[in-house]
Write a protein that binds this ligand. Structure first.
Ligand code: IPM
Ligand code: MG
Length: 364
């Protein structure tokens, strides 16, 4: 039986993962599938409980699970804490410990939402971008990291270091994903200024030359130019490959193309186990109000079925049901236009579940 660990975390994390649980409960009760799940405290919720954003017990549970479904971490309550004690540190440790070096963030524009983005719908037409972000290296983990007083001045450091193996393995992921899509990879760097980014460009080029040259087109863009091109010609991108920090930034930009950060799911994969989480954060300003968009979380659940359990049918069923629900005009406040009636987070979860029940026989 597949084991899932659910870590709702903070802010809207609880509300949006609750909608995923409804779907898991339904699959367990009404189909031949059986997924065992446990819940744990994570991020600020865990700090409040035991002083640490990721307790040893929860890390052990994650290690024993086949996959982890995450909500979101962080909030103003914990912002003043030292970096090592912040909710975000729990997330970074979890990614590192589970070895999830490739973070997959598909930014597909649902046709029903082509008016929800701040970009013109003719510019967006056909946009389907898949960001592959390096997740366990780079500036997020560079040593020595510190913040201290040197010669009476505050000085802080976070070095950006990559070795060639870390770059090559995530590049392979991006090329392999592009083979199942439109066979184009755009790699982002800052090779005009940084040695480490020249290494990034060199290694990506070598991996391409050696294994994928005949099938995949490779484009290199400097990150500053890429930030512009993504909004200028979004439909010309297929797979975007980026380092940890550049991928973090560009994926929020891609999210806006899809209409809302509330629409973007992610899968963090690597050696074996996967972490699945919506790209949006904990959104403290709307937490507890039952108005968050649960779609990114539910799409992340769909990615879990696909990447951790090879259950493409359930994943397709979830994607299909979300498209249908959007086509029928259902909107949470973040993707609504002026005269739309908006659904609460719970209501959106319910209509998606109803659609899953209706469409199920066509998929599983
Ligand atoms: C993300 C988030 C995280 C990151 C934060 C919450 C640590 O922004 O997953 O994109 O920077 O990786
Ligand atoms: Mg981010």
């Amino acid at each position: 039986m597949s084991k899932i660990l659910i870590l709702p975390g903070d802010g809207i994390g609880e509300e949006v993962t609750k909608q995923c649980l409804k779907i898991l409960d339904y699959l367990n009760a009404e189909t031949n599938y059986n997924f065992e799940y446990k819940k744990g405290l994570f991020g600020g919720a865990s700090i409040d409980d035991c002083g640490k954003p990721l307790s040893n017990e929860v890390l052990d549970l994650a290690m024993e699970s086949d996959a982890v479904l995450l909500g979101a971490v962080g909030g103003p309550k914990w912002e003043a804490l030292d970096h090592d004690l912040k909710p975000e540190k729990g997330l970074l440790t979890l990614r590192k410990e589970l070895g999830t070096f490739a973070n997959l963030r598909p930014g597909k524009v649902f046709p029903a939402l082509s008016n929800a983005s701040s970009l013109k719908s003719e510019v967006l037409k056909g946009t389907d971008i898949f960001v592959v972000r390096e997740l366990t290296g780079g500036i997020y983990f560079g040593e020595p990291r510190y913040s201290k007083i040197i010669d009476k001045k505050r000085v802080a450091s976070n070095p950006l270091i990559y070795n060639e193996d870390e770059i090559a393995r995530v590049a392979h992921e991006a090329f392999k994903i592009s083979l199942k899509r439109n066979k184009k990879v755009t790699s982002l760097d800052k090779a005009n200024v940084l040695e480490v980014m020249q290494l990034w460009r060199d290694v990506v080029t070598e991996v391409h030359e050696k294994y994928y040259k005949d099938e995949v087109e490779l484009e290199h863009l400097y990150i500053d130019n890429a930030a512009m091109q993504v909004i200028k010609r979004p439909s010309t991108f297929d797979v975007i490959l980026a380092s940890n920090l550049f991928g973090d930034i560009i994926s929020d930009e891609v999210a806006e193309l899809t209409g809302s950060l509330g629409m973007l799911p992610s899968a963090s994969t690597g050696n074996k186990k996967g972490i699945y989480e919506p790209v949006h954060g904990s959104a403290p300003d709307i937490a507890g109000k039952n108005i968050a968009n649960p779609i990114a979380a539910i799409l992340s659940l769909g990615m879990m079925f696909k990447y951790s359990f090879n259950e493409d049918k359930i994943s397709d069923l979830i994607d299909h049901s979300i498209s249908e629900v959007l086509n029928a005009g259902n909107r949470t406040q973040d993707i609504a236009k002026e005269n739309d009636v908006t659904l609460s987070c719970d209501e959106m979860g319910d209509v998606i579940l109803e659609e899953i029940k209706k469409s199920e026989s066509n998929f599983i």
